[in-house]
Design a protein around this ligand. Structure first.
Ligand code: GLN
Length: 530
């Protein structure tokens, strides 16, 4: 079979969950035995989201090859086995950057360089690049960021129109829209969907399937109305879920979205039953115990800023058949213990800059002194180090040079090579690094092996000058990147579970294969609760 392409566009409003939809479609196709690769086009001009505030953009998801990408790639990772790399998230910034570089090199041989064909060709090339990089992939699912009608997404829509023109039998367009329920009128409204489909048609794209996001399941009558008025036979609803976003694949399957896709593309495949998704939903609906985790971070008010961490904690809870209660604590509002008390474990996530720092230090101190499980990630590890230096080693002014550049005890500091760097974009320690784990540590117990690789995104490092004084007081450096002699994991010897990582384990956790550190942390929190 030739490669099949599914393009997913969004209409009416943003934040409909296009990423979860794309990922769910990937998972139901995998369940039918196909291999899938997902990619996302983002129409903004930043080269990547790495330079954007989490308040603007939510989490930055990091791939193995060190690309800083959109958080939807995290959904792709959790729902499917799609390969993910730098090639999987393409922004207008990347496209224009390469078109302009080509122009400066003289590659266009005297032509006037234009959006059509040069920008659109570059966009189409990125889809082809993905298939060359991942030989054997049967389905490519392309999510187009933004909402139909946006000025900046036009080149992407024109590119996918042309892409399909060249492969009429191998492409399907899915349009995800919003069907609002008006309480006062007690009815759902289809007009915004009709307008959105009209807008798509105006630029030459005819959707094959309309997926309707809605609060409640749509009646057959409403689906038929949308179908008739939009001239699109296949209309499927994607209503709000009760238990978890992991219900979405089951919901789409129930409406036979996979059969429709296969039929449109002339394919047949053995039936699937989404067994593992059903198991996950069963566990989530019938928890045997409860665990409360406090997350103390400064971007907590943005729902998506710690997306992968929330998900990874959920995976850890699934592994223990426990209900997860998340207590989201805004670190800059922590004034006293009263603001944090009452959880079975604390997680301090990654972050940048000074705001909220002291609230996190207090969390580490409180967890350490009271034997409450603590899991620090990236900045959360640097917090654990500084708190220990301040209060156990009595280096009261010890700090990270990110927070206090003139500290007399820079226990966390920049490496000389990082000091040279002036540009902000893509210049942190990024992507996979090997880590050797010390035997007989909590880290070793969790992973069950001595060599791992994990993903990074940070500039500052533990300062090895202080290693011995930390060790003398019961601090253990349980993970080291041997080649670079850098600390990757730390833990406390005389504490039930206080462990932190310089890397980001949350990026590589899935509902069916929870990350071992999250499973261990939730296990420790359950023990503490009991
Ligand atoms: N700001 C810290 C650093 O750059 C931590 C980064 C993070 O938590 N991702 O090292």
């Amino acid at each position: 079979m030739g490669i099949k392409y599914i393009f997913i566009t969004g209409g009416v409003v943003s934040s409909l969950g296009k990423g979860i939809t794309a990922a769910s479609i990937g998972s139901i196709l995998e369940d039918r035995g196909f291999t899938v690769a997902l990619m996302k086009f983002d129409p903004y001009l930043n080269v990547d989201p790495g330079t954007m505030s989490p308040f603007q953009h939510g989490e930055v998801y990091v791939t193995d090859d060190g690309a800083e990408t959109d958080l939807d790639l995290g959904h792709y990772y959790r729902f499917t086995h799609s390969p993910l790399s730098r090639a999987s998230n393409i922004t207008s910034g990347i496209i224009y950057d390469s078109v302009i570089k080509n122009e400066r090199r003289g590659d266009y041989l005297g032509q006037t360089v234009q959006v059509i064909p040069h920008v659109t060709d570059e966009i189409k090339k990125r889809i082809e690049d993905l298939t060359h990089e991942n030989k054997g992939v049967q389905f490519v699912i392309v999510e187009i960021g933004g909402t139909v009608g946006d000025i900046e997404s036009l080149p992407f829509l024109e590119a996918i129109r042309q892409f399909r023109y060249a492969r009429p039998k191998n492409c399907v367009n899915i349009h995800l829209t919003y069907v609002p329920y008006l309480k006062a009128a007690a009815e759902v409204k289809t007009k915004p969907t009709q307008h959105s489909v009209q807008a798509l048609r105006q630029i030459g794209i005819v959707p094959d399937i309309i997926l309707c996001r809605c609060e409640i399941p749509l009646s057959l009558e409403i689906k038929e109305k949308i179908s008739l008025l939009c001239n699109v036979p296949t209309v499927i609803d994607e209503h709000d879920v009760n238990v978890s976003i992991y219900e979405v694949p089951l919901n789409l399957k129930r409406q036979k979205l996979d059969d429709s896709l296969l039929h449109m593309l002339g394919l047949t495949a053995p039936e699937g039953e989404l067994k593992s998704w059903k198991e996950i939903i069963h566990i989530l609906s019938n928890p045997k115990k409860k665990v409360t985790i406090g997350i103390v971070g400064k971007y907590i008010e943005h729902q998506d800023a710690y997306k992968s961490i929330f998900e990874a904690l959920q995976h850890g809870a699934i592994a223990h058949e426990a209900e997860l209660v998340l207590k989201k604590i805004e670190s800059s509002k922590v004034k006293s213990l009263h603001d944090i008390e009452g959880c079975d474990g604390y997680l301090v996530p990654g972050g940048f800059g000074e705001r909220g720092w002291l609230g996190k230090i207090l969390t580490a101190k409180y967890s350490r002194e009271n034997g409450i499980p603590y899991f620090g990630i990236c900045l959360g590890m640097q917090i654990m180090v500084v708190e220990f230096a301040n209060n156990v080693l009595n280096l009261s002014h010890a700090n990270s040079t990110e927070i206090d550049p003139t500290t007399p005890d820079p226990v966390i500091s920049l490496l000389p090579e990082q000091k040279e760097i002036k540009e902000k974009g893509g210049t942190m320690r990024l992507g996979l690094y090997r880590c050797t784990i010390t035997p007989h540590t909590k880290a070793f117990l969790a992973y069950g092996r001595g060599e791992i690789k994990e993903r990074h995104r940070h500039r500052y490092e533990f300062n090895n000058r202080y290693k011995r004084s930390f060790e003398e007081k019961g601090f253990c450096f349980s993970g080291i990147w041997e080649e670079g002699k850098l600390v990757e994991m730390v833990e406390l010897k005389d504490h039930p579970w206080m462990l932190a990582t310089q890397f980001h384990p949350e990026f590589s956790s899935k509902p069916f294969s929870p990350h071992p550190l999250f499973t261990a942390f939730i296990g420790a929190a359950i023990t503490y609760h009991a």
